[in-house]
Structure formats: C-alpha cells, structure tokens
Design a protein around this ligand. Structure first.
Ligand code: BF8
Ligand code: SF4
Length: 630
C-alpha cells in the first residue's frame, strides 16, 4: 500500500516527518502526485521515435490499435525502447570511463593525478603489447591512455577486453555476431538502427542490445574500473561506517554524490590541505567530514575509507538533516530536486560537470587541468558556509553501522591466499574459491547490485534477498547502492557471519571475510564478471555452467538495463525485482526470459516479490549445480 511505501524505517521516517513539518516536498510527495503510471509507458508500447507519433499501441493482442502509423508492432516498439535504454546506459558508464582515460593521459609525476598502481599499469601495458622495458612509467601511462581512448572510436576491429573472457564465451559471441566493436560505434549503431524505419525485428534488436551492452561490460565499464585503479589505486579492504548518522554535529559536512572519482579524489585531497584545515578552524568547526552517496560514495570509501551517508533514495533525506554545508555532485543519479530542497536550508548544491548542469544549483566547473586548485575552490565554499548553518533546523538521526568496504579482485585473491598451502598450490589464484564452489561447501555465488526504486519498499528487497542467500550458503558480492544498503544493514561486517549457513560461515572464518563482500561502484560490476570468468577458466567450464547469478532487486537506471544485458550475455542469469517496460510485447518477454538462454546459456528472471525471487535464485543455483557436479 501507499502507506507501506513511505514507511521506510525509523531513521528515514523521522526525516520524512521533518520534511512534512517544514513544508518541504520529497520524492514520496511527488510519487503521490503522479497517481497511477501510464499503462502504455509501463508496458513499453509508447513510441515517440518519429514526428508522426507518439503512437501508443495496445499491449493486448487483438484489442485496440495494434500498430503504429508506420506499421511498427508492439514487439518492435518494446524492443526499440529497450535497445535505447541499453545504449543510454552504455553511454553513461563509458563516457565516465573516457574522462578517467583523459586523466590518465594527463597524469604526471608532479601533477595532481599520478599513477598509484604501477603494477596494474604495467600488467595492462603488457596485455596491450605496449613496451615497458626501461621506459618512464608516465610514458607507458600516456600510451596506455591513448589506446584506451581509441577503444571508443577505432574504425576497425573489435574491442580488446573481450579477449579476457573464457574461450567458450568468446566463441558464443563470435557465433552470435555480438563481439563488440568500438564503444561509441555500438552506441551509435543502436541509435541508428532504432531510428524511424530501420530495424523492426525484435530478435535483431535484442542482439544489437547485447552487443552494445558488451561494449559496456567488456569495454567502457571495464576501462572505468581498470583505469581508476591505475590512477587512484586498487581498492583494499577498510573499515568504515554507513548511514545518515555519519554526519557530524560540529564539523563541516560535505556530501559527495555522483560517480566520477576524478572529482571526488581531488575533493578528498583538498579536504586534507593545510589551507583548508586552517580555514575550518577559523570558521569554528572541528573538522571536515566527507560523506559519500551513490557510486561516488563507493569510490571514495573503497580507496580512502570515507564514510557512507547513504543510498540513492536518501539524497533528499541527507539534505533534510539541515547539517550539510555542501552537496557536491558530478554526473548521474542526481535528483534535480536537490536544488529546491537545498534552498530550504543553508546547504549549497554545487554542480561541477558540463554534462550535468542542474537548474537552481551553483555551478563551479571542475577543471581537471588544475584539479586540486579547482577542488579547493569548491571545498572552500563548503567551509565558509558552516557559519550559516541554522542549529534549530538540524536533526541528524543517530544511526550508523560498521562495514568493511573495498574488496578489489586482487584483495579477494589475497584473502584466498590465506588458505593456500604454497608447497602444493601457487598463490594468487581463485582456486580456493573454485574448489569450495565445486565441492558444494558454497552452493553458489550471487552479485547483488543496483539502485533503489520507489516502486518497492526501499532496501527491503536488497536485504531480504542477501540474508536468505547467505543463510543458504550462497556467497554474495555487491556493488552500487545495493552495497551501501548492505553496509547500512550491517551485512558488510564480520558480525554478519553468524547469519550465514554453515558452509559459508566456515569459508568466511577461514579466509577472514564478511559473507557479503563490497566490490565497489556500478562500473565495478566488471570486477564480478572477471571473478566469475576466472573461476570458469580455472574449472575449465563456461560462465553459464557455474551456479552464479546476478540480482538487481531494486534497479531503476538505464545503466542497470545495460548491466543486466551484458551479464546475461556473459552467461550469467539475471534476476530482476522490478519489471522492465517490456510486458507489452509477449515476443520480447519470451526473448528475455526464455529464448536468450539458447543463445547465451543464461536468461532474465522477473519477480517483484523478493521472497519468491530469492527462492527462484536458490532453485536455479541448485539446477546449475546438478550440471556442474555431473
Ligand atoms: O551507478 S546503483 S542509483 S548510484 S545507477 Fe545510481 Fe543505481 Fe545507485 Fe551508481 Ni548504479
Ligand atoms: Fe509511430 Fe512508427 Fe513514428 Fe514510432 S516510428 S512514432 S510507431 S510512426
């Protein structure tokens, strides 16, 4: 019911009540004002692609308009709309990665951006056959960056990273003709093929979507992860705290929200600058408290242990505390409503990217060429704003949980090394993980990822599914806002080991990890597909043979659609807790939830009830086990 949706938990409810008392509008008010969503849009059968439309065709066969003016059927319209979501998601992740490649290209020994992980840079250079012997590391970095940038628009050939996939998987991609070419090219091809009067065949549109999604997972997103690790350091496990209780009464609170570490890393550096610390003392604050939100929150927690203020749905709630001096954002998942809501307090809302200018915000463009200086200008705004905080409007809910964040694949393997007898087996492989999965000590693994969505009770699905899976000896890795939900629920701490089944408990104790493992931001879902691929290669099987699943219980963004599609295309089943706008086409639903399995060995499962979704996940994992053990 409506009531249940708004009632989140005592912490958030207190802030929602505060909003009501102060006459401030939130997403829950707007949801109410929206009334029922448009049935055509919900089912994906509204086409706005040309000026003869919009054409809304009937989602029911044999009743109402069956075709658009041009003759496009519901199947065509749904498949085209889906493809465009994949293209937008791929563009977002990949354009984020492009900025990091540019930053690597400008990195220098005495500059603001440096190479933090030389080992990873050298490994990538060798993979790409860039000479490294006797060369200055920065020359290598610049050449690697240039190759990375060429992956976006090279006129010939296919992408480089798909070479990292297991051989049987590459064969499938070649046979399906979905081996991705240049990243920008795949996005452009979708925009072209979905233009009025191009591809109308639903299955062809799905294949185009798959190829473009692979240009994300094994292209743009993977570059995002790799190059971020090289420039900012590969993440290592660290203790942190999560939820709005991390905000400090007597410090300058800066909320870092968005995605791109090029900005947030510099804000972290600026906040430690002696000049900024002095200014903080001058305004009478006890320090600068950075708190992260959404994927930027993941990026800075995994590399610096910066505390997590909360997830996507808490962005307005964070401002409602009245305790934030500045909300600093770059790109993606930022509510335009942050402008009017920050206006109700002293809080400054600072946009920094020409790609995400927001009406009513203060725009201070971040200049990568003068990154630290630029970040200091922004941080100064926040510090100077401390004196404007209105104490009578401040309410910080006293709730936070302990969490361990920042397991890269390298960090996971390091934990696994604890159980390797180096007289028998080499260190530095996924063998211990592959062994316990094969033996059934762990029944399987799940990547639980993605957003919050107002269509469901916030975080309930994430947490219920995580708890059910770990109790059944399924190890969970997590990224994005799902990871932050897990942090807030205490599932990223070793205390949560007691919630796990016996097998998983034993594994967690032995290798000293929590049962739910934080692998980073949403671009870092590439860490998951690489980990799965490493286990497949170790066992000499394909990804689709493993008892491994992807789950997006509360997804909302186009990026999530692109991720889900590349995960299925990579041979891993994806379980969705929110129905995508495809149900107006029985053919496309059948493609996603059935026929795609014949192509990729994996498919989508959709169920909006998290409890039955979890049952289906466990069932599927056992089904895959039967084959693996045969
Ligand atoms: O890329 S999980 S709400 S923050 S889209 Fe956005 Fe979804 Fe959060 Fe990061 Ni990912
Ligand atoms: Fe209508 Fe076809 Fe134009 Fe879409 S492309 S708006 S279905 S005429």
């Amino acid at each position: 019911s409506e009531e249940k949706m708004v009632s989140l938990n005592t912490i958030d409810d207190q802030l929602i009540k505060k909003a009501a008392d102060e006459g401030i509008e939130t997403m829950w008010d707007r949801k109410k004002a929206m009334k029922a969503p448009c049935g055509f849009g919900e089912k994906g059968v509204c086409c706005r692609i040309c000026g003869m439309g919009p054409c809304r065709v009937s989602p029911v066969a044999g009743k109402g308009a069956q075709k658009g003016i041009c003759g496009a059927t519901a199947d065509t319209i749904v498949a085209r709309n889906f493809a465009r979501m994949v293209a937008a998601g791929t563009a977002s992740h990949s354009d984020h990665a492009r900025d990091i490649a540019h930053v690597l290209h400008m990195a220098s020994r005495d500059g603001n951006y440096q190479v933090q992980d030389e080992k990873k840079l050298i490994a990538l250079a060798q993979e790409w056959e860039v000479p490294t012997e006797g060369r200055d590391i920065y020359d290598v970095a610049h050449e690697v960056a240039e190759i990375a940038l060429n992956e976006f628009g090279k006129p010939f050939g296919t992408l480089r990273f798909p070479d990292r996939a297991p051989a049987p998987r590459r064969k499938i991609w070649e046979e399906l003709n979905i081996m991705p070419r240049a990243i920008d090219r795949e996005i452009a091809t979708i925009m072209h093929s979905t233009h009025m009067g191009c591809t109308s065949d639903a299955e062809s549109l799905l294949r185009l979507s798959m190829r473009t999604s692979l240009a994300n997972g094994w292209g743009g997103s993977m570059l995002g992860t790799e190059l971020s690790d090289i420039v900012f350091g590969t993440s290592t496990p660290r203790m942190t705290e999560a939820n709005l209780g991390v905000l400090e009464e007597k410090q300058v609170n800066i909320l870092l929200h968005g995605h791109d570490p090029c900005l947030s890393e510099m804000i972290v550096a600026a906040a430690q600058d002696p000049e900024m610390i002095k200014l903080t003392e001058e305004v009478g604050a006890e320090g600068i408290n950075l708190a992260g939100m959404c994927c930027t929150g993941n990026e800075v927690t995994m590399r610096h242990g910066v505390k997590i203020a909360g997830t996507f749905y808490q962005q307005e709630l964070a401002v409602l505390t009245g305790a934030i001096e500045a909300v600093i954002v770059d790109v993606q998942c930022i509510f335009p409503s942050l402008a009017p809501i920050t206006d109700c307090y002293h809080t400054k809302f600072i946009t920094t990217s020409p790609k995400a200018k927001i009406t009513g915000a203060t725009h201070i463009e971040f200049n990568e060429e003068k990154a630290l200086e630029s970040a200091k200008v922004i941080v100064r705004e926040a510090i100077e704003n401390y004196k404007n905080r209105k104490q009578d409007k401040v309410f910080i809910p006293q709730s936070k949980a302990q969490a361990i964040t920042g397991y890269s694949n390298e960090a996971v393997i390091k934990q696994l090394d604890r159980v390797v007898n180096s007289n028998i087996d080499p260190q530095g492989t996924v063998k211990p993980l592959a062994d316990v999965i094969k033996a059934g000590v762990l029944r399987g693994a799940a990547g639980i990822v993605g957003c919050n969505n107002i269509k469901t009770k916030h975080e309930y699905s994430h947490i219920e599914i995580m708890k059910k899976l770990i109790a059944n000896d399924v190890i969970v890795v997590t990224t994005g806002c799902a990871a932050q939900a897990a942090a807030k629920a205490g599932l990223l701490s070793k205390d949560a080991i007691k919630l796990a089944g016996k097998g998983l408990q034993a594994v967690c104790e032995l290798v000293d990890i929590p049962p739910v493992i934080h692998l980073g931001s949403c671009v870092d879902n590439t860490r998951i597909i690489r980990l799965v691929s490493a286990v497949s290669e170790h066992l000499g099987v394909d990804n689709s043979d493993l008892p491994v699943v992807g789950v997006a219980p509360e997804w909302m963004s186009e990026k999530a659609v692109a991720i889900g599609t590349y995960v299925v295309s990579s041979g891993i089943d994806v379980f969705l807790g929110i129905t995508p706008p495809v149900t107006g086409s029985p053919e496309f639903v059948d493609l996603l939830t059935n026929k795609i399995e014949d192509m990729t060995g994996a498919k989508f499962f959709i169920d909006e009830n998290p409890l039955t979704l979890a049952d289906k996940i466990l069932e599927r994992i056992e089904e895959k086990r039967t084959k693996l053990e045969a």
